[in-house]
Design a protein around this ligand. Structure first.
Ligand code: SF4
Length: 186
């Protein structure tokens, strides 16, 4: 009796295997589609929310920091695009505006602030000193551009750079974070 049962089970398994030949498992297909839908909706939503919630870190290094302060004035009106949410702690910030020259002695502190910022994090090199060392290019104690130590997303030219240019830089960063500007990587 038990042998008959075993035989019947083997026969049944064979029949099921035959009938499923050439067919994809429907549950798999359903999950593939659901994950595709989730990805299609989540990616743009995350990009949109990140690009519309840039929170710069409140810190300055040299004379460019005066331009950074002028950026907060009513003349520039940075609030119209929600750019005045400067945070007093790196843990609540995702944009570092390097405003001024970076000395070798100050470099570890700048690097530490960058590492304490929440990910994904972005950097704007504001002015010639932060971009390439500026007038102190040949100085023994000034870094020749902050991009030698941390990755930079947007560079702003000028010595001093106009505060309006920081507004343009943040708009460019917004486009980049939103996926509208794609980097050309070598
Ligand atoms: S770029 Fe010019 S204004 Fe800005 S920190 Fe350097 S020297 Fe000062």
């Amino acid at each position: 009796m038990s042998e008959d049962k075993d035989n019947a089970k083997v026969q049944m398994d064979k029949l099921v295997a035959e009938s499923l030949k050439g067919r994809e498992f429907p549950v798999n297909a359903l999950f593939t589609k659901l994950s595709d839908i989730t990805k299609a909706i989540a990616d743009p939503a995350v990009k949109w929310s990140r690009s519309n919630s840039l929170w710069p870190l409140q810190f300055g290094l040299a004379c460019c920091a005066i331009e950074l302060m002028a950026f907060g004035s009513p003349r520039v009106d940075a609030e119209r695009d929600g750019f005045l949410l400067f945070r007093g702690t790196p843990r609540q910030s995702d944009v570092m505006v390097v405003a001024g020259w970076v000395t070798k002695s100050m470099l570890p502190q700048v690097k530490r602030l960058y590492e304490q910022m929440s990910e994904p994090r972005y950097v704007i090199a504001f002015g010639e000193c932060a971009t390439c060392g500026g007038p102190w290019w040949e100085s023994y104690n000034i870094i020749k551009g902050i991009d030698q130590v941390i990755p930079v997303d947007v560079y702003v030219a000028g010595c001093p750079p106009r505060p309006e240019l920081l507004f343009s830089a943040l708009l460019k960063l917004k486009e980049k974070v939103g996926g509208k500007i794609v980097e050309n990587k070598p």
